[in-house]
Write a protein that binds this ligand. Structure first.
Ligand code: GDP
Length: 194
């Protein structure tokens, strides 16, 4: 896959608007502010493909990017404290109908902040992925913020936890330093070759 051939396609706020499933899809999920936009940008060697914001809580949309012959599907962030019940229902509806649809999903990347234990929302998402039998890996974000001595214990701790939810790999990443980017790209290639 040529990651330099990346383009924003569109944001979809309603499941009925989603484009046809005409290419393999790599899906990104995580809490608001976990570093999802930064990781998508880094994977594609771009600064502003996905929006990076220091203030979470934008309207929930599923963002599609074309990356060469594949789609990157950026699910709306969750865990933002100030959402209304109506917004939460809309988020649920959007996510459920995305996963209900018969699409060419290859792999989901679940992002978790390497500095903290998973939040209640993160655990709920992991349960959801397990329940729906969605193949996924975990990208631990912002690894550049860890002390050297914390790296191995952190990986170990998350690997033990995530394995229980059916996660197939835990990768330490940093969008600042580029850590874990080749590993993620290699996993994507493996999926495409199967
Ligand atoms: P999103 O809401 O999940 O899309 O998160 P963003 O990509 O917008 O990032 C949220 C904040 O975390 C921003 O201030 C980013 O600069 C910061 N951030 C993202 N990735 C990294 C990283 O790898 N290292 C560090 N130190 N900060 C990061």
């Amino acid at each position: 896959m040529n990651y330099n051939k990346a383009d924003f396609q569109a944001s979809y706020g309603l499941s009925s608007q989603l484009p046809d499933s005409d290419r393999p899809e790599f899906v990104f999920s995580g809490r608001s502010n976990v570093g999802k936009s930064s990781l998508i940008n880094k994977l594609c060697n771009r600064k502003n493909l996905a929006r990076v914001s220091a203030t979470p809580g934008k309207t929930a949309t599923i963002n599609f990017y074309t990356v060469d012959t594949a789609y990157f599907v950026d699910l709306p962030g969750y865990g933002y404290a100030k959402v209304s019940n109506a917004d939460r229902r809309r988020w649920d509806e959007l996510i459920n109908s995305y996963f209900d649809a018969d699409r060419n999903r290859m792999l989901l990347v679940q992002l978790l902040d390497s500095r903290h234990m998973p939040s209640a929302d993160d655990l709920q998402m992991l349960e959801y992925l397990q329940y729906r039998q969605i193949p996924f890996v975990v990208a631990l974000t912002k690894a550049d913020k860890l002390k050297k001595s914390e790296i191995e214990p952190t990986k170990q701790r998350f690997a033990e936890l995530c394995e229980g939810y059916g996660c197939s790999a835990v990768i330490l990443t940093s969008s600042e330093k580029g850590t874990g980017i080749p590993e993620l790209q290699a996993l994507f290639e493996q999926c495409l070759q199967q």
